[in-house]
Design a protein around this ligand. Structure first.
Ligand code: GDD
Length: 419
């Protein structure tokens, strides 16, 4: 039997996702009309002999309760949310719940980061791992040399695929092959994590000043705070630095190359790009989820579009490509939507235009108004974002801007962050 664990993190980790993470845990933010975490969960469904899926995080249980029970029913696989009392790091979080994870005596454990957008070739990874042997296999992908330093960079043996060298977010270039944050392990991973945590307890932590500076550079603000105040606690274990780096070159870890799409989802701008990737995947895997635009009473649809069944779209509106419209949204006559995410209960009045933007829950866009951006997801303000319950009055233009919740815009703005 096999189990899958998805690391969903917690509220302190979602800060780069503001203002959208003010309302909803980032893992539940919709991409292609489905919660972010829904995509890895449905990919797990393809794993043969899957017994359970666990979500591990430090969000409140009630935030996930509804989603977890509905997805368990839908997939007919138990999905459970396990809450950490505090962040334990990506490996520490897993170790914390080892007894529950081992309940079904699984032979293999998949571990997936929640904030990656990927085709998740999980059955293929499991087959490869069975051939390689060792503790685990990591999904890797080739990226541009300039972007590699944002990720874990690694070197693998081109013939055996053994992981030879691993450095997390290195300062100087190591390799353009990076860690996708998707792994399959044997239960021996728990022994490896226990090893790190025992070593920490025994040794205490004595770093030189140069080591300390270089370590701080690689850490999240939470880790840096812990480190600066008293060094990492023994139950805080990071999968990348503490497990993958030391095990590289020891015939324990192997790599599986991802030939399909992969992106990290750290910012709202990236979520728009990832929504497009998942919509394109639906075209192959679940075409029934895409709007067809056929029929005399439906709006004209261009490219890949998701429209929630409860949304009301006027037949004279033109929608797409890459648009997803959530529950109870009302899209008026003559509206044009391109490359955007329209969240629940939004109203867009007649002849409104939204291009390269995310429109937050319950927001309202007035007649002849435009909400738009240049559309480069990597640029600082390449996507315009309206937080929850923002009102854009009639004939107002909002360009390359971020608007925090509950604001009313009665004048046009450009390149602004409206607090
Ligand atoms: N439950 C829980 N508890 N989850 C956590 C914790 C924790 O204490 N810390 C991190 N996570 C979750 C995050 O929500 C995310 O899904 C995943 O674990 C990895 O987060 P980080 O540890 O912050 O790493 P990262 O996203 O900057 O980089 C990692 O992923 C990249 C791929 O997306 C590294 O493994 C990189 O090497 C890799 O390239």
């Amino acid at each position: 039997r096999v189990v899958a664990v998805i690391m969903v993190g917690g509220p302190t980790k979602g800060t780069r996702f503001r203002p959208l993470s003010l309302n909803i845990p980032k893992p539940l933010f919709p991409l292609a009309g489905q919660p972010m975490v829904h995509h890895p969960i449905s990919a797990c469904k393809r794993i043969p002999n899957l017994a359970q899926i666990f979500l591990i995080g430090f969000y409140e249980e009630r935030e996930f309760a509804l989603y977890v029970s509905s997805i368990s029913n839908e997939l007919k696989v138990p999905v459970r949310y396990l809450k950490e009392d505090k962040p334990h790091g990506s490996a520490g979080g897993l170790y914390n719940f080892r007894d529950l994870i081992m309940e079904d005596s699984p032979s293999h454990i998949f571990l997936l980061n929640c904030d990656v957008c990927c085709s998740f070739p999980l059955p293929e990874m499991l087959d490869a791992h069975r051939k390689y042997g060792g503790i685990g296999t990591i999904l890797v992908i080739k990226v541009s040399a300039e972007s590699a330093s944002q990720f874990g960079e690694l070197v693998a043996d081109p013939v055996t695929n053994e992981l030879l060298h691993y450095t997390e977010k290195p300062e100087t270039f190591v390799s353009d092959r990076i860690n996708c944050g998707v792994y399959v392990f044997t239960p021996d991973i728990f022994t490896a994590i226990r090893g790190v945590s025992t070593q920490r307890k025994d040794r205490g932590q004595l770093y030189g000043f140069a080591d300390m500076l270089s370590n701080l550079r690689r850490m999240s603000s939470f880790e840096a705070l812990q480190y600066a105040t008293r060094s990492l606690p023994s139950d805080f274990v990071r999968l990348d630095q503490d497990i993958l780096s030391p095990l590289a070159g020891k015939k324990q870890l192997y790599t599986y190359e991802n030939m399909d799409f992969w992106e990290q989802i750290k910012t709202p701008g990236m979520s728009l790009k990832c929504s497009a990737l998942y919509l394109a995947q639906f075209r192959i895997t679940s075409p029934h989820l895409l709007a067809s635009g056929n029929g005399t009473k439906s709006a004209s649809v261009v490219g890949d579009v998701y429209i929630h069944p409860s949304a009301k779209v006027h037949p004279t509106a033109k929608i797409g490509p890459n648009v997803s419209i959530s529950a109870n949204a009302r899209i008026g006559p003559g509206v044009r939507l391109i490359n955007c995410i329209i969240l629940d209960d939004v109203e867009i009045k007649e002849n409104g235009i939204v291009i390269h933007a995310i429109v937050g829950w319950k927001s309202c866009i007035g007649r002849w108004s435009r909400v738009q951006a240049e559309g480069d997801p990597n640029a600082k303000l390449g996507v315009t974002i309206l937080g929850e319950a923002v009102t854009v009055e009639d004939e107002v233009v909002v360009v390359n801007s971020i608007v925090l919740p509950n604001k009313t815009l009665n004048m046009s703005v450009q390149e602004e962050i409206i607090l």
